[in-house]
Design a protein. Structure first.
Length: 317
């Protein structure tokens, strides 16, 4: 008998863990670490430039100013605190930048070709700025320390050496503070200290050819959309490799889900986990009761739709 743990960001946010891993903390990190200029004006002329070898480089402070402005203009979370950052990246409100690229002839008639050229230049600059966003995100993750984390006894007491962990967090809390063998943990989106952490939105259906009347604008937006897209195929490959090399998978009788939100983007992961587990009528799926009042019906229905047929339990951790 063994357990499978599915760890989400709520785990790191629990009181004695209490790590600054919310996207609102990322916003604070960008605003408080001299990463942007003390101005709300976007300096379009000094965001990026061409290098002698034909590459592109960005000026970080100016690029970050554009990034913060555009994300904040597009953020419709209740407190405008970037809490839905990954979703926001798939719905950036470029109109909020008031890009004035229209070129008129002396009679006041638009010259489409020159207008297209101007818009293309704007979106190339935005693309350049966001090409550095991954590096900024990874700098924030690297700044998070687990030094003050105190393990939660109710979680520590149910962890056994044979248990396995699918961790959606970027932090090494399990390894460093709960003494879990690293071989028993899959950091499905990567872990602190690695490059190319998986991060971004999952919206692939919001790019219609009719997004803008100009020829090049929709292409520019699509390029940015693709740049900020989270490649969950990598995560699925990692999950498949992890589960296929777990020799005692058939011994799992309990799944503990702690701090996990069961989003639409997670559906393929959970579907894969269920497919590889033993017959689910033999399994009890444990939820964190912190979420019970608001999410009990939603979470249980989510799993039933994916053909989970075992028992549910809501536990206090």
């Amino acid at each position: 008998m063994s357990n499978l743990f599915i760890i989400g960001n709520g785990f790191d946010l629990k009181p004695t863990n209490s790590l600054p891993t919310q996207y609102s903390d990322f916003k604070s990190f960008m605003l408080s670490n001299d990463m942007i200029l003390p101005s709300y004006m976007i300096n379009w002329d000094n965001i990026s430039y061409e290098t002698p070898d034909g590459g592109r480089e960005v000026i970080p402070e100016n690029a970050n100013q554009l990034i913060v402005t555009l994300i904040s203009n597009s953020d419709y979370s209740p407190n405008h605190d970037w809490s839905d950052l990954e979703d926001t990246l798939g719905h950036l409100d470029f109109n909020s930048l008031d890009l004035d690229a229209t070129v008129l002839d002396k009679e006041g008639t638009e010259i489409p070709g020159l207008t297209d050229e101007n818009y293309n230049q704007y979106f190339s600059i935005i693309y350049d700025a966001f090409s550095s966003f991954q590096e900024v995100f990874e700098s924030w993750i690297s700044s998070i320390t687990t030094d003050l984390v105190v393990p939660i006894p109710s979680i520590q007491n149910i962890i056994d050496k044979n248990d396995i962990f699918i961790n959606f967090n970027y932090t090494p809390t399990l390894e460093k503070k709960y003494n879990v063998d690293t071989k028993k943990i899959l950091h499905i989106h990567g872990v602190q200290g690695e490059n190319n952490l998986l991060f971004g939105h999952r919206h692939t259906d919001n790019m219609s050819e009719d997004d803008n009347s100009y020829y090049t604008v929709s292409d520019g937006i699509k390029n940015i959309n693709n740049l900020l897209l989270k490649n969950t195929n990598i995560g699925l490959c990692r999950l498949d490799n992890f589960l296929s090399t777990t020799t005692d998978l058939n011994e799992i009788t309990d799944v503990y889900s702690i701090g996990f939100s069961y989003g639409l983007v997670d559906r393929d992961y959970i579907k894969k986990i269920l497919a590889d587990l033993p017959p689910t009528q033999q399994i009890t799926w444990h939820f964190d009761d912190y979420d019970q009042k608001e999410h009990q019906q939603v979470f249980e229905c989510y799993l039933r739709k994916l053909k989970f047929s075992g028992l549910f339990s809501w536990d206090h951790f």
